[in-house]
Design a protein around this ligand. Structure first.
Ligand code: PRP
Ligand code: URA
Length: 209
């Protein structure tokens, strides 16, 4: 589990508890996911490299810091990952956004690709893949494989609720990818849903069930 980072700030835990409640509305679910993504983004960007820059303040010339190094790309896994994009963009407004569409077959639980549109220079960027749920890990693993096939070498995964099974698969398939999550839940049920989890994130986000 050395690649797994739990981001369990009290505000994040409190908001996630409300998201998990079965009677939380889609509107509140969306707003909370957005807020949690922003709070997690603050942590995930903590290690961005800085460089010195000379500036003039109204009072004096000074050497100050600015972010250097690779530019960022945010890649949501559709649909539910979309709910995490705006929170990150509010922190890094110049980030590019790519989209990967995957759905899980309800019987086999295997992911199927239906969409992929990425910034042309994605291989030069630090990529943050976002998806609230890491269940079997199949979707995140396939998305990261697609990004590596495009030449990406610096990838992080940001989710909200992870299952131990998903963390194990991702660590085995992509040991170079750091995983950030607001919770590590108990297990998967017979339908490969996370227990206790929060249900189907896409459906709860968009009110489709
Ligand atoms: C959900 C979720 C993840 C995936 C996680 O998406 O948003 O992408 O399942 O499961 P896994 O780790 O077992 O692959 P889903 O396939 O339900 O699509 P949706 O977001 O369009 O609802
Ligand atoms: N996808 C979800 O949206 N929820 C789960 O618990 C598992 C997969």
């Amino acid at each position: 589990m050395k690649n797994f980072h739990l981001i369990d700030h009290p505000l994040i835990q409190h908001k996630l508890t409300i998201m998990r409640r079965a009677n939380t509305s889609s509107k509140d679910f969306r707003e909370l996911l957005n807020e949690i993504s922003m709070l997690m983004g603050y942590e995930i960007t903590r290690e961005l490299p800085l460089e010195n820059v000379e500036i003039e303040t109204p009072v004096a010339r000074a050497t100050m810091k600015r972010i250097s190094g690779k530019k960022l790309a945010i890649v949501p896994i559709l649909r539910a990952g979309l709910g995490m994009v705006d929170g990150l963009l509010s922190l890094v407004p110049v980030a590019r956004v790519g989209h990967i569409g995957l759905y899980r077959d309800p019987e086999t639980h295997q992911p199927h690709e239906y969409y992929c549109k990425l910034p042309p220079d994605i291989s030069h960027r630090l990529v943050i893949v976002v998806d609230p749920m890491l269940a079997t890990g199949g979707s995140a693993s396939d998305a990261i494989r697609m990004l590596k096939d495009k030449g990406c070498t610096h990838i992080k995964l940001m989710c909200v609720v992870a299952a131990p099974e998903g963390v194990a698969k991702l660590t085995a398939d992509h040991p170079d990818v750091e995983i950030y999550s607001a919770a590590l839940d108990e297990c998967l049920n017979d339908h490969a849903y996370i227990v206790p989890g929060l249900g189907d994130a896409g459906d709860r986000l968009y009110g489709t069930k």
